[in-house]
Design a protein around this ligand. Structure first.
Ligand code: ADP
Ligand code: MG
Length: 212
């Protein structure tokens, strides 16, 4: 833990009081280092181990920026597996408890597509999904990213290891150029460096080696 309280950030009051309710008393190291840049709208590369609180680092960034009255997809979080996407969606729902009527939708492969098509017709503010299935919905015109403000690549190293590189490029091709892109990874191999160069604009790089 960093000993820095969430109240030191310029977060909406409702988000801060919900964090208190959740028992999040202070920021983890990655949150303390990444959130100021994320909330300032910068692109960020965050590198920290599993369990260090990366989901809330990007989650609070996209929730702080979200306009719930504007019922369009404003954030897209890509994850390597359905299990990880489900974990991210459930953490985001916890963080978003104080935001009424927010809709967070998961779009993962390996589950029937019919219910996803129905859900997309009803709309969502935030999509969490795996690259292949998200591309499928984009290609068929069921998902539109014209109003996207934040794109998150979570566990980007694993997505590349799993062969999602071309799918990531295909998603990015359909996202607005004027967006914030946040890339999180446990490791930083050269393939991640070159992905970051392609997708991020003058990113701030934050690395947390140790956990406290
Ligand atoms: P990572 O993505 O880095 O592996 P997660 O985002 O899944 O880590 O977070 C790991 C756990 O830590 C989750 O159970 C989450 O609810 C909890 N957590 C995250 N941030 C905080 C915090 N500031 N205070 C207390 N618990 C936290
Ligand atoms: Mg994670």
């Amino acid at each position: 833990m960093s000993n820095t309280p969430f109240s030191s950030l310029n977060l909406p009051d409702a988000l801060v009081s919900n964090l208190t309710d959740l028992g999040y008393s202070s920021m983890t190291e990655i949150q303390a280092q990444a959130l100021p840049a994320i909330l300032a709208g910068q692109d960020v590369i965050g590198q920290a181990k599993t369990g260090s609180g990366k989901t809330a680092a990007f989650g609070l960034g996209l929730l702080a920026k979200l306009d719930v009255k504007y019922f369009r997809v404003q954030s897209l979080v890509l994850c390597p597996t359905r299990e990880l996407a489900d974990q991210v969606a459930s953490e985001l729902r916890k963080l978003a408890r104080s935001i009424h009527n927010i809709k967070i939708l998961t779009l993962c492969g390996g589950v029937p597509i019919g219910p996803q098509i129905g859900s997309l017709e009803h709309g969502a503010h935030i999509i969490v999904g795996t690259p292949g299935r998200v591309i499928d919905h984009l290609d068929k015109g069921r998902l539109n990213l014209d109003d996207l403000t934040t794109l998150v690549l979570d566990e980007a190293d694993r997505m590349l290891e799993m062969g999602f590189s071309a799918d990531l490029d295909a998603v990015i091709a359909k996202a607005p150029a004027a967006r914030q892109t946040l890339l999180f990874s446990a490791t930083y191999p050269s393939a991640i460096a070159s992905l970051s160069e392609r997708l991020l604009r003058t990113p701030v790089r934050v690395t947390v080696e140790q956990q406290h």
